[in-house]
Write a protein that binds this ligand. Structure first.
Ligand SMILES: NC(=O)C1=CN([C@@H]2O[C@H](COP(=O)(O)OP(=O)(O)OC[C@H]3O[C@@H](n4cnc5c(N)ncnc54)[C@H](O)[C@@H]3O)[C@@H](O)[C@H]2O)C=CC1
Ligand SMILES: O=C(O)C(=O)[C@H](O)COP(=O)(O)O
Length: 375
């Protein structure tokens, strides 16, 4: 069996090595010729999986995308061809949630402000939005959720309209899929008019898809509204973000909000499980055995935790400032954007750190850290 896999997908050898011969490819430049004799194709978000890519791949029986988003895959075409397809819903939700939370702690510190006491609006209350809300609520913040789709589906959480969220939130974090049609389409959800609704001093974070914000409108807006602070992980026109926008963002990264080691491993593992199911094989490998121990595997604390100390602790798993610095040095070419993603040093999730049982941390802090994900 021939397995073609994106070179940026970790643990493929460990999980798929027994199932067939693996060939690694650059996912962004993958050609129809390269996949013509594949039985299995394992991709990430940069590969457009469509008729043009797969028309000659007559043996292909399985396509897996180790991602949450599926906007790069012609799912209907795969169904017509009776090619099994799976993505990896939720695989990197914790990573995105923690990225958003840590970015907010960083903004607070940078501007001599505190995150505590702020109202945060989450747009899109699915896996990543809920993961962000979990961290924020653990820290005692008021969270507003906007998700008209979930509301219509009968989700019993409390939802507000987007207008109401914008009117109340100090911080807005975007967590929607990119959709171009329908009543709730998200393409340019934040256009010039919406941006102009933002309250003074709003912090706006985008960790979902670049095109959820009209990036040109955002540049024009931000040039007039320096009070608004931006954290941007995703960009219109990736891998070529607009240079003026990078300069206007407080924190800028190359679509790596979901890049925790745990998140990437979960993504590959979910594809492995699905392929085994399709092939009628037992999935006898374990996810836990893939992950290396973390260098700061345990923490002891003695006093109550200040916000600054929470940020220090968070920087053990992820120091966003490093990625921001590297990104500004390399984003100017598509190669730089992709190289940084390829060579990204995987960060860890809070769960990689254990709170020692004899720790003297104040009980309230202890339970907050546990809800954040510390073990
Ligand atoms: N930056 C990164 O590295 C990553 C980005 N993503 C992106 O984030 C997106 C969201 O991921 P998940 O939360 O896991 O997906 P999800 O499907 O679990 O949740 C998305 C939520 O958005 C809601 N939604 C759809 N249209 C909406 C609208 N107009 N207004 C408000 N809510 C709306 C849906 O009802 C759903 O609950 C993915 O589709 C992907 O594009 C995901 C993972 C990593
Ligand atoms: O899961 C998604 O959706 C994402 O956006 C991915 O985390 C992005 O990573 P790559 O698949 O492009 O490596």
């Amino acid at each position: 069996m021939k397995i073609i896999a994106d070179e940026n997908m970790p643990y493929v050898d460990a999980l798929f090595g027994d199932l067939g011969e693996i060939e690694y490819v650059n996912g962004r430049n993958l050609t129809a010729e390269q996949v013509s004799d594949a039985d299995v194709l394992l991709v990430r978000s940069v590969t457009k999986v469509n008729a043009a890519l797969l028309n000659n791949a007559q043996k292909l029986k399985f396509v897996g995308s180790a991602t949450i988003g599926t906007d790069h895959v012609a799912v209907d075409y795969l169904a017509e061809r009776k090619i099994h397809f799976t993505n990896a819903p939720g695989c990197n939700a914790t990573a995105v949630g923690e990225y958003a939370f840590i970015a907010m702690l960083e903004l607070a510190q940078r501007f001599g402000d505190t995150l505590q006491g702020k109202v945060v609006g989450i747009v899109g209350a699915g896996n990543t939005g809920t993961a962000a809300a979990k961290c924020l609520e653990a820290y005692g913040l008021k969270v507003l959720l906007c998700d008209p789709v979930k509301a219509e589906q009968g989700d019993n959480r409390e939802f507000v309209s987007l207008d109401s969220l914008i009117a109340q939130a100090d911080i807005i974090s975007l967590h929607v899929p990119i959709t171009k049609v329908g009543e709730h389409k998200t393409w340019y959800l934040f256009d010039e008019a919406r941006l102009n609704q933002l309250r003074p001093n709003t912090w706006l974070l985008n960790c979902c898809r670049g095109e959820v914000i009209d990036n040109r409108a955002l540049i024009a807006f931000k040039q007039q509204r320096d009070d608004v602070k931006l954290v941007l992980d995703v960009w219109e026109g990736e891998p070529n973000p607009m240079a003026e926008l990078v300069a206007l963002a407080e924190f800028a990264t190359p679509h790596i909000a979901g890049y925790s080691l745990e998140g990437k491993a979960r993504g590959t593992f979910m594809l492995y499980q699905k392929l085994c199911e399709v092939l009628g094989l037992e999935a006898n490998k374990s996810l836990a055995s893939l992950l290396p121990p973390f260098q700061f595997s345990q923490v002891y604390r003695q006093n109550e935790l200040s916000e600054g100390q929470l940020l220090t602790l968070s920087r053990l798993v992820y120091d966003l400032r490093d990625d921001d610095r590297k990104f500004r040095g390399c984003f100017a070419t598509a190669a730089g954007f992709d190289q940084m993603r390829k060579n990204h040093t995987y960060r860890r999730e809070y769960s990689a750190i254990a709170l020692k049982s004899e720790t003297l941390v104040a009980p309230a802090d202890h339970s907050m850290l546990r809800i954040l994900g510390f073990n």
